[in-house]
Design a protein around this ligand. Sequence first.
Ligand code: NAP
Length: 354
Amino acid sequence: MFGVILSSLVCGLVPYLVIRALWCHFYPKRHHLQGKHVLVTGGSSGIGLSVARQVALLGAKVTLVARNVERLQKAKEEVESACTKLEGDSSSRVQIFSVDLAGRRENIDTAIKEAEASQGPVYMLVNCAGFSRAQVFEDIPQSLVKELIDVNLMGSFTVTQEVVRGMKQRGEGGVVVFTSSQGGLVGLYGFTAYSAAKGAVVKLAEALHMELKPHGITVTVCYPPDTQTPGFEEENKTKPVETRLISEAAGLFTSDQVAKKLVDDALQGNFISTVGFEGFMLTTLCAGMGPVTDSLSLLSQMFLTGLFRLISAFYLWSFSNIVRREHEKKITAGSRTKAECSQVFFWTQACRQE
Ligand SMILES: NC(=O)c1ccc[n+]([C@@H]2O[C@H](COP(=O)([O-])OP(=O)(O)OC[C@H]3O[C@@H](n4cnc5c(N)ncnc54)[C@H](OP(=O)(O)O)[C@@H]3O)[C@@H](O)[C@H]2O)c1
């Protein structure tokens, strides 16, 4: 009986989802950015800067938020020069605000109010400010844990709260994007603090999606893999070898590749945005009770989860091998040093006795 119900459900549902996916592919319902205001936190560098360039090319007015004024100024010039071929005065298209998103709430609120006063209400918010540090658990200072949570989670929370309030009041819809990480979906060696912060961003986005749906405001979460950016270079300086070897499995992408997909998914209202096969596999596997925003993703989650779980077992097995190998190397190096030390100890003892 249960089998009959299930098979008839699947037989009816699958064609419906396929037709819907095809319909959405050929007649996409998209947000449009021409003349709209897009605020990008972390817009002075890396993925955020690439996003700023992409949305400006789609005709949006852009606000870049970050701390370092020089980098902000340089980013403004870069975005403006990318838009020189567009009609209108490209120099008035981009404005910058220097704010520490881990700092005082009043400063953040004031910056958003000023940004909206000059460029109009924010239609699309892209939370891209953030950073990563990988370290072995017991070596992570409390101050770093706090900073990771303050910037990656609380920074996004505060800016979004302020922007969404206005979006809801105006009732004209809007787009909110969060930047998590593939490390926000899977806990990896060295990322205990970072994964906790980025994982929390995912749950924030899932809950907010449910709240904002009736208001026509869509929520997207971007899960970048390793992406060639100044932030990534900084992260590599202290990354444990295990973390580097494991995260290399998903490949290295450019910030433009990640940003292009982010903007495309956000404008289509897709909840998930990622690039590469590993990103697709991971987001499909971890979809769980996450929002359903497009039929194609739902179809792949329905039919590929079992297979991907099996493939993930091989990935996890190879990750454990990396960790075990590195652990053994350390033990061997440690015992060699110990042996050398004890040789030195006996030698000095012998000298003393002589
Ligand atoms: N690159 C990767 O491999 C990768 C992978 C997964 C996820 N991500 C995530 O993607 C996002 C962008 O990363 P990215 O690699 O493009 O980094 P990035 O090149 O270092 O850019 C980070 C941006 O955030 C700003 N920022 C950092 N802390 C801030 C604060 N407290 N207040 C205001 N602005 C702040 C930075 O400017 P200032 O320093 O001047 O403030 C900069 O504009 C981050 O959330 C990161 O965690 C990156």
